[in-house]
Ligand binder design. Structure first.
Ligand code: N15
Length: 262
């Protein structure tokens, strides 16, 4: 491939290493997201080897809820990643538009994430940074994890996007060694945010968020649209001891998921 094989459309996002554009492969007319990474930026941040490793990992991930990396090419100063285009855009924008998801919608997204994470863990991949900014929707509203490990920030930047602690598990915030169970904690944070419209440990500043995470200072606003089963699942995921968090398999068998997920 070369850049001449593609017609470039609107910009979809941008970040430290480059930008993402809507693009169409000229012969097949196939629509993709084309990510442009500047080599000098990579050198500057010594990210060349990490990018290569990420690309090998990503290329081998094939799952309906993990955004595809179809391939890549480069020229003198840039590396181009040919990524799956998610027609529905950012899940996060949809969440903000309607303030919170229904229990059916939230349970469907949590089930999709659990399936995708179980697949990634089976492939020994944990660093799926699953905060809302990294979640996209396809043309049918199905969830796709796009691991922006490259701090590619979408144009509608979230006020807490850079460096938000909201999604980090206690062991990560304490910078301890962490394992697969961090993703289970994050699922609890996301489930809460899908249902209430804001993450559970949100605070005015990072220090307070840090304190609330470490204390697992969890409160549920009284609202009729969230069932007790949903709160039980969230409480079984937001557990400080990572060994005691509900496993991905158990999430998929949870009464709230069985009842509500499509
Ligand atoms: C190999 C390694 C570096 C990991 C490869 N993964 C990435 O580069 C992660 N990444 C995915 C993207 C990305 C960003 C946006 C989109 C979109 C998309 N569709 C949209 C529809 C409406 C509004 C915005 C949209 N963005 N589709 N696919 C995307 C893919 C940016 N970085």
């Amino acid at each position: 491939w070369s850049i001449n094989d593609f017609e470039i459309g609107k910009r979809l996002g941008q970040g430290k290493f480059g930008r993402v554009y809507l693009a169409r492969e000229a012969k097949s007319q196939y629509i993709v997201a084309l990510k442009v990474i500047f080599k000098e930026q990579l050198e500057k941040y010594r990210m060349h080897h990490q990018l290569k490793r990420e690309m090998e990992i990503q290329r081998n991930l094939r799952h309906p809820h993990v955004l595809r990396l179809y391939g890549w090419f480069h020229d003198a100063e840039r590396i181009f990643l040919i990524l799956e285009y998610a027609h529905g855009g950012e899940l996060y924008k949809e969440l903000h538009r309607i303030h919170h998801f229904s229990e059916k919608q939230a349970a469907t997204y949590i089930a999709s994430l659990s399936h995708a994470l179980a697949y990634c863990h089976e492939k020994h991949v944990i660093h799926r940074d699953i905060k809302p900014e990294n979640l996209l929707l396809d043309h049918e509203g199905r969830l796709k994890i796009a691991d922006f490990g490259w701090s590619v920030q979408s144009q509608n930047k979230r006020h807490t996007l850079c460096g938000t602690l909201d999604y980090l598990a206690p062991e990560m915030v304490e910078n301890k060694s962490h394992d697969y169970a961090v993703d289970n904690w994050t699922l609890g944070v996301l489930c809460y945010e899908f249902l209430y419209g804001a993450p559970p440990f949100e605070a005015d500043n990072q220090a307070d968020t840090f304190r609330r995470i470490m204390k697992v200072d969890l409160t549920f606003p009284s609202t009729p649209h969230v069932s007790t089963d949903a709160k039980v699942l969230i409480m079984q995921l937001l557990v400080k001891d990572s060994a005691k968090r509900l496993s991905l398999e158990k999430i998929l068998q949870h009464p709230w998921i069985i009842k509500n997920a499509d």
